[in-house]
Design a protein. Structure first.
Length: 88
């Protein structure tokens, strides 16, 4: 995995640049391996940036979320009706 990540970073020509890491997800072992494979890179903590990126949704993502909620609501309505006395 580390070699594959390193290969992509090198292909994009950013192996001597800043690389953001999500400190809550990146183990010390992974960090050390990436440092060894990318000695010219500068690693920076970037959890806040990653969190912000997760909150921004594209229109297609919003559409899928709305569809998922609608399906869940429909299933819940059926479950409530079924659970009533006299239901199936």
């Amino acid at each position: 995995m580390h070699e594959a990540i390193t290969a992509v970073i090198k292909e994009r020509g950013v192996d001597a640049g800043n690389i953001g890491l999500e400190e809550d997800c990146c183990t010390v072992s992974t960090f050390q391996k990436l440092q060894a494979l990318l000695p010219k890179a500068t690693f920076k903590y970037a959890s806040e940036i990653f969190q912000l990126a997760r909150t921004v949704k594209e229109p297609e993502e919003i559409k899928l979320i709305r569809e998922s909620v609608s399906i869940g609501e429909s299933a819940l309505k059926v479950a409530i009706e079924t659970a009533k006395p006299g239901g199936y």
